[in-house]
Design a protein around this ligand. Structure first.
Ligand SMILES: Nc1ncnc2c1ncn2[C@@H]1O[C@H](COP(=O)(O)OP(=O)(O)O)[C@@H](O)[C@H]1O
Ligand SMILES: [Mg+2]
Length: 310
């Protein structure tokens, strides 16, 4: 059987309410397994429960109900081992402004009980591109550098599983590239990566498998390829030599719209129609074609179609 990095069963989280705020059920009975060695994407709109789930995995938020097994260790039975197997780069920047990056990493290593001889502080600083800032005060670091330090902190205990919560939200191109380079490198070295992102094209490019959650529930979990393959609608875009004068008698279920430059876009269901049926209809209408292309829906469409009617 495939080894699982994470196994979650019947997970629930209710944040207690207060005078000002009602209680909130952020996770409503979630089952999810994440295979070891993958780059796994956790997607969902704002407030879906992604950070809550991640923080429960990390042992930062206490679950209300359910079972969480990390790297084979049940969180309730072996809390220390299950915590040691996972490192989290949080969504929010939270750090002591007086620590230098080196001191922050050494302190973090101490918290995880990593013996001095097994620390790899200099390597981590190098990896995230902070070597020359090792002795700078954290309050003097730019936002991007603080994020690099958050990634570095998640790595001190060499976790088998690295979790990144919206690591690229609002960061510059250079930092994003650095992050993905490192994520790929760490994954090639055997680390399981779990990431949440708002950028669907990023998930499409980076992740082997994806789970979409919404309102604290799992909507779908599949390989990225299969998820994209689920979308049945495709678009054929045609550039005619001249503006069509006659009406085009399209096959049933095909819709037409005009795009810039007089291009015509035909949306069709792959189960119902093929592009050749549309091309034949165009020829029957006497339309000469200069060029054409087909468009496959991206994760964006999958996402919208799966989360819109909840
Ligand atoms: N500490 C908290 N106390 C009360 N409610 C919270 C707390 N943290 C998150 N929530 C609520 O739980 C829901 C899920 O939030 P979150 O896990 O942060 O979602 P996401 O990361 O997907 O945006 C939201 O409705 C949010 O307002
Ligand atoms: Mg979040």
């Amino acid at each position: 059987m495939e080894q699982q990095a994470i196994e979650v069963k019947g997970l629930r989280k209710v944040y207690a309410g207060s005078k000002k705020q009602e209680s909130k059920e952020a996770i409503k009975g979630l089952d999810l397994s994440i295979p070891a060695g993958s780059i796994f994407g956790l997607l969902g709109p704002n407030g879906a429960g992604k950070s809550t789930l991640i923080n429960i995995l990390a042992g930062l938020v206490k679950k209300t109900e359910g079972q969480v097994v990390i790297w084979g260790f049940d969180q309730d039975v072996n809390p220390r081992q299950s915590r040691a197997a996972i490192g989290v780069m949080p969504q929010e920047i939270n750090m002591d402004p007086f620590f230098t990056p080196r001191a922050a990493l050494e302190t973090q290593a101490g918290l995880y009980g990593v013996p001095k001889s097994e620390r790899w502080t200099d390597e981590i600083l190098e990896l995230v591109g902070l070597s020359d800032k090792a002795e700078a005060h954290a309050r003097g670091l730019s936002g991007g550098m603080k994020r690099r330090l958050l990634l570095a902190k998640a790595l001190v205990h060499k976790p088998q599983i690295l979790v990144l919560d919206e690591p690229t939200a609002g960061v510059d191109i250079e930092l994003r590239a650095m992050l993905w380079r490192n994520v790929r490198k760490l994954n090639e070295q055997g680390m399981t990566i779990i990431l949440t992102t708002h950028y669907l094209e990023e998930a499409e490019e980076m992740c082997d498998e994806i789970a979409i959650i919404n309102h604290g529930k799992l909507i779908v979990r599949d390989t990225t390829a299969k998820l994209l393959g689920r979308m049945d609608r495709k678009t054929l875009v045609v550039e005619p030599r001249a503006t069509p004068s006659a009406e085009i008698r399209l096959p049933e279920g095909v819709t037409q719209e005009t795009r810039s430059g007089g291009r015509l876009a035909f949306s069709y269901s792959r189960a119902q129609t093929g592009p050749e049926d549309i091309l034949l209809a165009l020829r029957d209408a006497g339309i000469e074609i200069r060029d054409f292309a087909t468009e496959q829906p991206g994760l964006e469409e999958v996402f919208v179609s799966l989360t819109s009617n909840q």
